[in-house]
Design a protein around this ligand. Structure first.
Ligand SMILES: [Zn+2]
Length: 589
């Protein structure tokens, strides 16, 4: 269960593990839906996932625009190949074909339909009015639809440059709908986290006081001592305290999750400890509302029919060179989706300082599986991306992007110049030089880090270079995408989030709506926002910037993903984007 440590507190893991999900169709969203369900832990205990797919072999079209199946699967029976690949991703998922479902589970599941273009008429005829199908997911040329019923008419199934990114967005949205329908979403995680933040602290002399992440399970857990034993020395354990309302307390601490968060179980009711019960409730299943999302202006949902479908972006004449910063949950989805999109000539630099893959990364960082635990993250990510798309030009750069390194990366270079002759720093200096080179030639920057200072630094770099920055952030079930293009006079990231992000060193996402409590991560949000980042970047690279929607807001609890064009930047307003302005106030290019 260590795998799911970071999503407990948001979802009732037992309900997810006992879920029975019936998946119909072989549309482009199918592999992404299966990846999200496997990573979230669906069907890992008494439940299971049942595949309703035709009895045929894996064809060339099944291998395009996705990264679950591998080229080696061509010609294998489709269901068998899907089952084997999902098992590699999460060996505990019970995934099988529908006709092999046990009598215990057959016919009781939540249904979801992901029709491909050719099979769509037959699937709609058979299942269009079936109440067991709670959601339909359809991938259109430049938009994605998720809703309780199929669209009135198919809108052409030909793949485009956006197909992989839209299919991944669709898979994430459908998995989120299923979590809601299972009643597995825990109501008010933010409220609970805030309660902890106000009243419960860990205190340690050298690190100060830290708020705790909340875990919303009722079971009694091993006592505080179990955690203290994990600290590396008895001296540390002696000085470590839990404070509740300012007094030393003994809540049930179950595990140290990360260096900045501790999971605490508070059995409810908690009268003996606090005088107040903390009883997180499960959310009632919300109605599944129709949703249409596009990275560009145009597509609109009008009573079950899509109008205004925009022309798909085309591969740019100059092969794009993208620098992606942060290979965590968001970055691994964005990178994998970009690799699967088949953008010709794509050159991708992955910047990440994290060292190794950890078990608790696996529930949302889709580039890695069990075999990668303990291995270097950047190298494993490179290997996986190269398998997804062997034509990619790839490099991993373990460089810290921070306010201190901006001058080294896009200025004259100061800080590490002095260290160039020191052999201990030579290797790092070479990495900094490589990143500086990659940035000099970059077409765009994808921003997926886990802290504000790096976002701020990437914004300054993008403004200096006059290139687009596509920023993504997730916090629990909430996510944001910002498209900041100086050439299109779009607002920069500081216009969106405020100058104060330069001064916030903590690891924190920047969704601007959730407070400061550490909120667990979940794969559905990472899939939706990482894929939406890839989609908006592809739209930006392959079409007129004037059509790209610059702000996208995901709310997994409300079941919404909305894109907005938003206003232009105020040329005089913001100190961050003025660094890129020429002497007469025009943007540098
Ligand atoms: Zn600005």
């Amino acid at each position: 269960m260590d795998r799911y440590a970071r999503q407990r507190g948001l979802v009732a893991q037992d309900l997810v593990a006992d879920a029975v999900v019936e998946v119909h169709g072989t549309g482009p969203a199918l592999p992404y839906l299966l990846q999200c369900l496997a990573l979230v832990g669906a069907g890992t205990r008494h439940g299971g996932i049942r595949l309703h797919v035709p009895d045929r072999v894996v064809e060339e079209a099944d291998l395009a625009h996705q990264f679950l199946l591998d080229r080696a699967d061509a010609g294998r029976p489709l269901a068998e190949a899907l089952i084997d690949r999902v098992e590699l991703l999460n060996p505990t998922v019970d995934l099988r074909t529908a006709d092999h479902g046990s009598a215990r589970t057959r016919g009781r599941g939540l249904g979801v339909a992901v029709p491909g273009a050719a099979e769509r008429p037959a699937l709609v005829a058979a299942l269009g009015a079936d109440p067991a199908i709670v959601a339909w997911g359809e991938v259109l040329p430049t938009a994605v639809y998720v809703g309780p019923a199929p669209l009135r008419a198919g809108t052409g199934g030909h793949p485009t440059l956006l197909t992989a990114a839209l299919a991944a967005t669709c898979g994430g949205l459908l998995a989120q709908v299923l979590l809601g329908q299972l009643g597995a979403i825990i109501d008010g995680p933010t409220v609970l986290s805030r309660w902890f933040e106000e009243r419960l602290w860990i205190a340690y002399p050298d690190i100060g006081r830290h708020a705790m992440a909340a875990e919303a399970e009722g079971a009694l857990a091993p006592a505080l001592r179990g955690v203290l034993e994990r600290f590396d020395s008895p001296r540390v354990a002696e000085r470590f305290q839990i404070l509740l309302d300012g007094r030393t307390a003994d809540p049930r601490v179950t595990t140290v999750v990360d260096h900045d968060a501790v999971v605490v179980t508070v059995p409810a009711p908690q009268a003996s400890m606090t005088g107040a019960a903390v009883r997180p409730g499960l959310a009632d299943p919300p109605p599944v509302r129709p949703l249409l999302w596009s990275p560009v202006d145009g597509p609109t949902l009008d009573g079950g029919t899509v109008t205004g479908m925009a022309a798909a972006p085309v591969p740019p004449r100059t092969p794009p060179r993208v620098v992606l910063c942060g290979a965590g949950a968001l970055g691994s989805w964005a990178a994998a989706v970009l690799a699967a999109s088949g953008l010709p000539g794509l050159d991708l630099s992955i910047v990440d300082m994290d060292d190794t893959v950890e078990s608790h990364n696996l529930n949302r960082q889709v580039l890695f599986d069990d075999a990668d635990v303990g291995l270097p993250k950047a190298a494993q990510a490179m290997a996986r991306l190269g398998k997804i798309n062997p034509r990619l030009a790839l490099r991993a750069l373990p460089v810290m992007v921070s306010p201190e390194t901006i001058e080294d990366l896009v200025g004259g270079g100061t800080q590490y110049e002095l260290l160039a002759d020191d052999p201990r720093w030579r290797a790092y200096r070479e990495q900094v030089d490589q990143l500086a080179g990659a940035l000099k030639d970059a077409t765009a920057i994808l921003s997926c880090p886990d802290n504000h200072q790096t976002r701020w630094s990437l914004n300054v770099i993008a403004e200096r270079l006059g290139i687009p920055l596509v920023n993504g952030a997730v916090d629990g079930f909430v996510g944001r995408v910002h498209v900041c293009d100086p050439g299109d006079r779009g607002r920069c990231l500081v216009c969106w989030l405020g100058e104060s992000i330069a001064d916030e060193p903590e690891r924190r996402s920047c969704t601007d709506v959730v407070g400061t409590a550490p909120v667990p991560s979940i794969v559905t949000s990472a899939a939706v926002i990482g894929a939406a980042q890839a989609a908006t970047l592809l739209a930006q690279l392959g079409g007129p910037a004037s059509r790209v929607r610059r702000f996208h807001a995901f709310d997994g609890l409300a079941g919404t993903l909305d894109g907005y064009r938003a206003a232009d930047r105020d040329p005089d307003e913001c100190p961050a984007h003025l660094v890129g302005a020429g002497p007469d106030g025009r943007e540098a290019r």
